[in-house]
Design a protein around this ligand. Structure first.
Ligand code: FE2
Length: 328
């Protein structure tokens, strides 16, 4: 029987999962699965199509998220570049490709399911995030339920009020859930006054309700975290309610701002969203995921660990801005 990884949780911690914002301890680091050597092995054995290599500019108020190429570097070399550069590595779909990590991550979910009656974490996925001491992630929402298991380094996490139209409007969440926009949503620094701010230490989990806007700035050290996502019937219904609100607005011109996920109206919206998704699939109109262009390559000699492939475009726009100007 493996040692519990959530041994320090109180009954209230378990009950708060999905319902509120909270911080709790975890023991994932004690598995030995997040040392430099193991991280390098993970990078080297990870399917290239699921290895995200990103950078993000230096001003957290300016959206400049970029995707880059590995340029033949080994996992060990990439770890060294991340330690001194400004790079964000995302090993996606960890549960499918790294059995030992999958075992530990399923264990934490299983412990939550045991500690919270009725809770189900279905469609589980996990991303291993390895990032530079001053890297940051822009303001965004995640469509599934999201939990940030912090393991090494320190990072500041801003968590904005959930289910609050001022920070992610009904229109915005409708576009995200319907696949019109990426999960990067419009941000204004005036929002910060209303955020809960946490300096995440190794061994801390931070989590929040579904579709809660948040952003992250690393503070010091090589940062290692795992971001897990899951869904269940209620989480899927929340996505479908927002999708249906968007459909009602754009296909029928009917303003629909109710975001509740319980009761007959929510179930009717879920049926509507599913019917439209099926119809779109039938006629080949499925939305394509936004893909960031490959704009840089990793480079051992470059000060921040990467160089741009070509001159930076002056008017590069964030996906939400791009879709907005396209009038979608
Ligand atoms: Fe996130």
């Amino acid at each position: 029987m493996p040692q519990p990884l959530l041994a320090d949780w109180t009954p209230e911690d378990f009950m708060t999962v999905e319902e509120g914002v909270f911080v709790a301890k975890h023991r994932l680091a004690e598995t030995g699965l997040f040392t430099d050597d193991v991280l390098a092995e993970v990078i080297d054995s990870h399917p290239p199509e699921h290895l995200g290599i990103n950078t993000m500019g230096t001003d957290p108020n300016v959206f400049d998220w970029m995707e880059g190429e590995r340029n033949g570097l080994s996992g060990q070399e990439i770890i060294q570049l991340v330690r001194r550069g400004q790079i964000w590595i995302n090993c996606r779909k960890m549960l499918d490709h790294h059995p030992k990590h999958a075992q530990a991550l399923h264990q934490v979910y299983d412990e939550i399911e045991s500690g919270k009656p009725g809770f189900q974490a279905q469609d589980r996925t996990a991303n291993l995030l390895i990032s530079s001491p001053n890297a940051w992630v822009p303001y965004h929402v995640d469509m599934p339920m999201n939990m940030l298991w912090h393991i090494r380094g320190t990072k500041r996490v801003w968590v904005y009020p959930h289910f609050d139209n001022r920070f992610a409007s009904v229109e915005t969440l409708g576009k995200v859930c319907a696949g019109e926009w990426s999960e990067d949503v419009p941000y204004d620094s005036s929002f910060d006054k209303y955020a809960l701010v946490f300096d995440a230490q190794p061994g801390q989990l931070i989590t929040w309700p579904q579709l809660t806007p948040h952003r992250v700035c690393n503070l010091e050290g090589l940062n290692v975290s795992v971001s897990t996502e899951h869904k269940n019937a209620r989480a899927r219904r929340r996505i479908n309610v927002h999708t249906a609100n968007h459909l009602m607005r754009h296909r029928f011109g009917k303003e629909c701002r109710e975001i509740g996920v319980d009761g007959p109206v929510a179930y009717a919206k879920e049926a509507l969203a599913r019917a439209f998704r099926l119809a779109d699939k039938f006629v080949g109109k499925e939305k394509e995921q936004f893909v960031y262009p490959m704009r840089f390559v990793l480079d051992r000699e470059a000060p921040n660990g990467y160089r741009l492939k070509e001159e930076k475009e002056e008017n590069y726009v964030a996906p939400h801005q791009e879709f907005e100007t396209a009038g979608v």
